[in-house]
Design a protein around this ligand. Structure first.
Ligand SMILES: [Zn+2]
Length: 71
């Protein structure tokens, strides 16, 4: 775990702290979205940790469509 980093969040509309996914969450992401590199994803911890919108370090919209969240 590399701690947290601030990124713009598409859902929050502001810079928010994000954390990298746990191994279990990475597997979940592969199952949901077929992500090829789940280790590159970051999850928004905005709204007291309930936002959970996903992005990569380079791409705010890695899924092409609207914001995607981890359940
Ligand atoms: Zn957010």
């Amino acid at each position: 775990m590399a701690g947290t980093r601030n990124f713009p969040c598409e859902t929050c509309g502001t810079d928010e702290p994000h954390r990298q996914l746990s191994k279990g969450e990475q597997q979940q992401l592969v199952g949901i979205a077929g992500a090829k590199h789940p280790g590159e994803y970051w999850m928004c911890m905005g709204h007291s940790g309930t936002c959970r919108t996903l992005r990569t370090g380079f791409n705010q919209r890695p899924f092409g469509g609207g914001p995607r969240k981890l359940p």
